[in-house]
Write a protein that binds this ligand. Structure first.
Ligand SMILES: NC(=O)c1ccc[n+]([C@@H]2O[C@H](COP(=O)([O-])OP(=O)(O)OC[C@H]3O[C@@H](n4cnc5c(N)ncnc54)[C@H](OP(=O)(O)O)[C@@H]3O)[C@@H](O)[C@H]2O)c1
Length: 256
Protein backbone atom coordinates (compact mmCIF):
# COMPACT_ATOMS: atom_id res chain seq x y z
CA UNK A 1 0.00 0.00 0.00
CA UNK A 2 1.01 3.65 -0.37
CA UNK A 3 1.76 5.08 3.09
CA UNK A 4 2.09 8.65 1.87
CA UNK A 5 -1.31 10.29 2.17
CA UNK A 6 -2.84 7.34 4.08
CA UNK A 7 -4.96 8.14 7.13
CA UNK A 8 -3.59 6.00 9.97
CA UNK A 9 -4.64 5.57 13.62
CA UNK A 10 -2.02 4.20 16.03
CA UNK A 11 -3.03 3.14 19.55
CA UNK A 12 -0.46 2.87 22.34
CA UNK A 13 1.42 5.72 20.67
CA UNK A 14 2.48 7.73 23.74
CA UNK A 15 5.76 5.79 24.14
CA UNK A 16 7.89 3.00 22.71
CA UNK A 17 7.06 1.21 19.48
CA UNK A 18 3.78 3.06 18.93
CA UNK A 19 5.37 6.51 19.31
CA UNK A 20 8.26 5.56 17.00
CA UNK A 21 5.86 4.08 14.46
CA UNK A 22 3.61 7.15 14.48
CA UNK A 23 6.67 9.31 13.81
CA UNK A 24 7.93 7.00 11.07
CA UNK A 25 4.53 6.96 9.34
CA UNK A 26 4.22 10.76 9.58
CA UNK A 27 7.76 11.09 8.16
CA UNK A 28 6.60 8.94 5.21
CA UNK A 29 3.73 11.32 4.55
CA UNK A 30 0.85 9.59 6.35
CA UNK A 31 -1.80 11.59 8.20
CA UNK A 32 -1.62 10.11 11.67
CA UNK A 33 -3.87 10.05 14.74
CA UNK A 34 -2.39 8.83 18.02
CA UNK A 35 -4.10 7.37 21.10
CA UNK A 36 -3.08 6.20 24.57
CA UNK A 37 -4.02 7.24 28.11
CA UNK A 38 -1.27 9.81 28.75
CA UNK A 39 -2.42 12.95 26.91
CA UNK A 40 0.75 14.93 27.68
CA UNK A 41 3.04 12.27 26.25
CA UNK A 42 0.77 11.94 23.22
CA UNK A 43 0.96 15.69 22.63
CA UNK A 44 4.76 15.52 22.81
CA UNK A 45 4.82 12.74 20.19
CA UNK A 46 2.27 14.45 17.96
CA UNK A 47 3.78 17.93 17.88
CA UNK A 48 1.74 19.89 15.39
CA UNK A 49 1.58 17.15 12.75
CA UNK A 50 -0.64 14.45 14.30
CA UNK A 51 -4.14 14.30 15.74
CA UNK A 52 -4.28 13.45 19.46
CA UNK A 53 -7.16 11.33 20.77
CA UNK A 54 -6.51 10.28 24.39
CA UNK A 55 -8.01 6.88 25.12
CA UNK A 56 -8.09 3.90 27.46
CA UNK A 57 -8.70 0.92 25.16
CA UNK A 58 -10.17 -1.14 28.00
CA UNK A 59 -13.20 1.19 27.84
CA UNK A 60 -15.33 -0.16 24.98
CA UNK A 61 -17.64 2.84 24.65
CA UNK A 62 -14.75 5.31 24.73
CA UNK A 63 -12.84 3.29 22.12
CA UNK A 64 -15.76 3.23 19.69
CA UNK A 65 -16.23 6.98 20.23
CA UNK A 66 -12.48 7.51 19.66
CA UNK A 67 -12.80 5.73 16.31
CA UNK A 68 -15.49 8.25 15.32
CA UNK A 69 -13.31 11.14 16.52
CA UNK A 70 -10.35 9.88 14.50
CA UNK A 71 -12.44 9.49 11.32
CA UNK A 72 -13.85 13.00 11.79
CA UNK A 73 -10.40 14.51 12.36
CA UNK A 74 -8.69 12.68 9.47
CA UNK A 75 -11.67 12.76 7.08
CA UNK A 76 -11.81 8.93 7.12
CA UNK A 77 -9.50 6.09 8.07
CA UNK A 78 -7.37 3.78 5.93
CA UNK A 79 -5.32 1.90 8.55
CA UNK A 80 -5.76 1.12 12.26
CA UNK A 81 -2.68 -0.06 14.17
CA UNK A 82 -3.70 -1.97 17.30
CA UNK A 83 -0.54 -1.48 19.34
CA UNK A 84 -1.63 -0.62 22.91
CA UNK A 85 -0.29 -3.27 25.25
CA UNK A 86 0.98 -4.09 28.69
CA UNK A 87 3.43 -6.58 30.22
CA UNK A 88 4.17 -7.72 33.75
CA UNK A 89 5.89 -10.86 34.83
CA UNK A 90 3.46 -13.45 36.19
CA UNK A 91 4.26 -15.39 39.35
CA UNK A 92 2.47 -18.61 40.18
CA UNK A 93 2.86 -17.95 43.92
CA UNK A 94 0.81 -16.15 45.01
CA UNK A 95 -1.53 -16.71 42.08
CA UNK A 96 -2.72 -13.34 40.77
CA UNK A 97 -5.95 -13.60 38.80
CA UNK A 98 -6.32 -9.81 38.79
CA UNK A 99 -3.00 -9.37 37.00
CA UNK A 100 -4.04 -12.01 34.46
CA UNK A 101 -7.37 -10.27 33.85
CA UNK A 102 -5.67 -6.87 33.49
CA UNK A 103 -3.46 -8.29 30.72
CA UNK A 104 -6.41 -9.74 28.86
CA UNK A 105 -8.32 -6.45 29.27
CA UNK A 106 -5.60 -4.42 27.53
CA UNK A 107 -3.89 -6.91 25.22
CA UNK A 108 -6.99 -8.77 24.01
CA UNK A 109 -10.14 -6.77 24.80
CA UNK A 110 -8.36 -3.48 24.01
CA UNK A 111 -7.70 -4.84 20.52
CA UNK A 112 -11.24 -6.19 20.25
CA UNK A 113 -12.70 -2.78 21.21
CA UNK A 114 -10.47 -1.05 18.64
CA UNK A 115 -11.57 -3.55 16.01
CA UNK A 116 -15.19 -2.74 16.87
CA UNK A 117 -14.35 0.94 16.35
CA UNK A 118 -13.00 0.44 12.83
CA UNK A 119 -14.02 -2.83 11.18
CA UNK A 120 -17.73 -2.10 10.50
CA UNK A 121 -16.87 1.11 8.64
CA UNK A 122 -14.07 -0.60 6.70
CA UNK A 123 -16.38 -3.45 5.69
CA UNK A 124 -19.07 -0.96 4.64
CA UNK A 125 -16.48 0.90 2.54
CA UNK A 126 -15.13 -2.37 1.09
CA UNK A 127 -11.59 -1.32 1.96
CA UNK A 128 -9.28 -0.72 4.90
CA UNK A 129 -6.46 -2.28 6.87
CA UNK A 130 -5.94 -3.51 10.41
CA UNK A 131 -2.42 -4.00 11.78
CA UNK A 132 -2.31 -5.89 15.09
CA UNK A 133 0.80 -5.81 17.26
CA UNK A 134 1.08 -9.23 18.93
CA UNK A 135 4.42 -10.78 19.97
CA UNK A 136 6.61 -13.82 19.38
CA UNK A 137 5.82 -14.43 23.09
CA UNK A 138 2.47 -15.74 21.84
CA UNK A 139 4.17 -18.55 19.89
CA UNK A 140 4.95 -20.86 22.86
CA UNK A 141 4.24 -20.90 26.60
CA UNK A 142 7.12 -19.35 28.55
CA UNK A 143 7.62 -19.20 32.35
CA UNK A 144 6.79 -15.75 33.70
CA UNK A 145 4.74 -14.96 30.62
CA UNK A 146 1.57 -16.82 31.59
CA UNK A 147 -0.60 -13.66 31.46
CA UNK A 148 1.15 -11.79 28.65
CA UNK A 149 1.80 -14.80 26.43
CA UNK A 150 -1.73 -16.15 26.75
CA UNK A 151 -3.13 -12.79 25.64
CA UNK A 152 -0.71 -12.47 22.74
CA UNK A 153 -1.48 -16.06 21.63
CA UNK A 154 -5.17 -15.12 21.65
CA UNK A 155 -4.41 -12.02 19.61
CA UNK A 156 -2.38 -14.00 17.07
CA UNK A 157 -5.27 -16.42 16.63
CA UNK A 158 -7.86 -13.62 16.44
CA UNK A 159 -5.90 -11.75 13.76
CA UNK A 160 -5.33 -14.91 11.72
CA UNK A 161 -9.03 -15.77 11.81
CA UNK A 162 -9.99 -12.20 10.90
CA UNK A 163 -7.55 -12.17 7.97
CA UNK A 164 -9.70 -14.84 6.35
CA UNK A 165 -13.04 -13.38 7.42
CA UNK A 166 -12.28 -9.89 6.17
CA UNK A 167 -10.39 -10.71 2.95
CA UNK A 168 -13.58 -11.10 0.91
CA UNK A 169 -14.76 -7.74 2.32
CA UNK A 170 -11.66 -5.96 0.99
CA UNK A 171 -10.16 -5.41 4.45
CA UNK A 172 -6.50 -6.44 4.93
CA UNK A 173 -5.27 -7.80 8.28
CA UNK A 174 -1.55 -7.73 9.12
CA UNK A 175 0.09 -9.26 12.20
CA UNK A 176 3.21 -7.77 13.79
CA UNK A 177 5.24 -10.02 16.09
CA UNK A 178 8.26 -8.25 17.51
CA UNK A 179 11.04 -9.86 19.50
CA UNK A 180 12.64 -7.68 22.18
CA UNK A 181 12.43 -3.92 21.57
CA UNK A 182 14.07 -1.42 23.96
CA UNK A 183 11.06 0.40 25.45
CA UNK A 184 9.51 1.24 28.81
CA UNK A 185 8.03 -2.28 28.67
CA UNK A 186 11.40 -4.05 28.55
CA UNK A 187 13.40 -1.53 30.60
CA UNK A 188 12.47 -3.17 33.90
CA UNK A 189 13.17 -6.77 32.78
CA UNK A 190 16.08 -8.35 34.60
CA UNK A 191 16.45 -11.46 32.43
CA UNK A 192 18.49 -11.86 29.21
CA UNK A 193 16.81 -10.25 26.17
CA UNK A 194 18.71 -11.44 23.09
CA UNK A 195 18.62 -9.65 19.72
CA UNK A 196 17.19 -6.45 21.25
CA UNK A 197 16.30 -3.74 18.69
CA UNK A 198 15.70 -0.01 19.08
CA UNK A 199 12.16 1.41 18.68
CA UNK A 200 13.11 3.43 15.59
CA UNK A 201 14.40 0.26 13.87
CA UNK A 202 11.26 -1.61 14.88
CA UNK A 203 9.16 1.24 13.48
CA UNK A 204 11.00 1.15 10.13
CA UNK A 205 10.52 -2.62 9.88
CA UNK A 206 6.82 -2.35 10.69
CA UNK A 207 6.26 0.53 8.24
CA UNK A 208 8.12 -1.39 5.51
CA UNK A 209 5.97 -4.45 6.24
CA UNK A 210 2.78 -2.42 6.04
CA UNK A 211 3.89 -0.87 2.73
CA UNK A 212 4.76 -4.32 1.33
CA UNK A 213 1.40 -5.79 2.36
CA UNK A 214 3.06 -8.52 4.42
CA UNK A 215 0.53 -10.69 6.26
CA UNK A 216 3.11 -11.27 9.01
CA UNK A 217 5.82 -8.87 10.15
CA UNK A 218 8.14 -10.80 12.49
CA UNK A 219 11.46 -9.31 13.60
CA UNK A 220 14.37 -9.21 14.19
CA UNK A 221 15.32 -12.10 11.88
CA UNK A 222 17.29 -14.22 14.42
CA UNK A 223 14.40 -14.03 16.90
CA UNK A 224 11.88 -14.76 14.14
CA UNK A 225 13.82 -17.90 13.13
CA UNK A 226 14.31 -18.99 16.78
CA UNK A 227 10.67 -18.61 17.74
CA UNK A 228 9.32 -20.10 14.48
CA UNK A 229 11.53 -23.14 15.17
CA UNK A 230 10.34 -23.17 18.80
CA UNK A 231 6.82 -23.69 17.50
CA UNK A 232 7.72 -27.13 16.17
CA UNK A 233 9.72 -28.32 19.20
CA UNK A 234 7.85 -31.30 20.75
CA UNK A 235 6.06 -30.56 24.04
CA UNK A 236 8.33 -32.84 26.10
CA UNK A 237 11.47 -31.10 24.83
CA UNK A 238 9.92 -27.64 25.28
CA UNK A 239 9.04 -28.51 28.88
CA UNK A 240 12.64 -29.53 29.54
CA UNK A 241 13.85 -26.19 28.19
CA UNK A 242 11.34 -24.04 30.08
CA UNK A 243 11.70 -26.01 33.34
CA UNK A 244 15.46 -25.46 33.14
CA UNK A 245 14.80 -21.74 32.59
CA UNK A 246 12.60 -21.66 35.70
CA UNK A 247 15.18 -23.49 37.83
CA UNK A 248 17.83 -20.97 36.80
CA UNK A 249 15.48 -18.05 37.55
CA UNK A 250 15.35 -17.04 33.88
CA UNK A 251 11.70 -16.07 34.04
CA UNK A 252 10.45 -13.94 31.21
CA UNK A 253 10.39 -14.47 27.51
CA UNK A 254 11.48 -13.27 24.11
CA UNK A 255 9.29 -10.52 22.93
CA UNK A 256 7.68 -9.34 26.10
N1 LIG B 1 9.00 -4.00 23.71
C1 LIG B 1 8.99 -5.25 23.33
O1 LIG B 1 9.99 -5.99 23.48
C2 LIG B 1 7.76 -5.84 22.68
C3 LIG B 1 7.88 -7.11 22.09
C4 LIG B 1 6.78 -7.68 21.49
C5 LIG B 1 5.59 -7.00 21.45
N2 LIG B 1 5.49 -5.78 22.01
C6 LIG B 1 4.20 -5.11 21.93
O2 LIG B 1 4.36 -3.85 21.35
C7 LIG B 1 3.33 -2.98 21.82
C8 LIG B 1 3.97 -1.68 22.30
O3 LIG B 1 4.79 -1.97 23.41
P1 LIG B 1 6.09 -1.12 23.80
O4 LIG B 1 7.20 -2.07 23.94
O5 LIG B 1 6.20 0.05 22.90
O6 LIG B 1 5.70 -0.69 25.29
P2 LIG B 1 5.38 0.73 25.94
O7 LIG B 1 6.45 1.69 25.64
O8 LIG B 1 5.05 0.43 27.37
O9 LIG B 1 4.07 1.20 25.16
C9 LIG B 1 2.80 0.69 25.44
C10 LIG B 1 1.81 1.68 24.90
O10 LIG B 1 0.49 1.19 25.15
C11 LIG B 1 -0.24 2.22 25.81
N3 LIG B 1 -1.27 1.63 26.66
C12 LIG B 1 -1.10 0.77 27.70
N4 LIG B 1 -2.27 0.49 28.26
C13 LIG B 1 -3.21 1.19 27.56
C14 LIG B 1 -4.60 1.34 27.66
N5 LIG B 1 -5.31 0.69 28.61
N6 LIG B 1 -5.25 2.14 26.78
C15 LIG B 1 -4.56 2.80 25.82
N7 LIG B 1 -3.23 2.71 25.67
C16 LIG B 1 -2.56 1.91 26.54
C17 LIG B 1 0.79 3.02 26.59
O11 LIG B 1 0.40 4.36 26.81
P3 LIG B 1 -0.31 4.94 28.14
O12 LIG B 1 0.41 4.37 29.31
O13 LIG B 1 -0.14 6.43 27.96
O14 LIG B 1 -1.74 4.52 28.05
C18 LIG B 1 1.93 3.03 25.58
O15 LIG B 1 1.72 4.05 24.61
C19 LIG B 1 2.57 -3.74 22.90
O16 LIG B 1 1.40 -4.32 22.36
C20 LIG B 1 3.57 -4.83 23.27
O17 LIG B 1 2.93 -5.97 23.82
C21 LIG B 1 6.54 -5.18 22.63
Amino acid sequence: MEISGARIWVTGASTGIGAALAEELADRGARVAVSARNADQLAAVAGDRMVVVPLDVTDRTATVAAGDAVRRALGGLDVAVLNAGTWSQFHVEPWDSALFAAHLQVNVMGAVHTLEAVVPQMVAAGRGRVVGVASVAGYRGLPGSEAYGAGKAALLNLLEALRGSLAPQGVVVQTVSPGFVRTRMTDRNRFPMPFMVEPADAARTIADGIARDKAEIVFPLPMAVLMKLARVVPVRAWTAVTAAMSRRGLHGNPGD
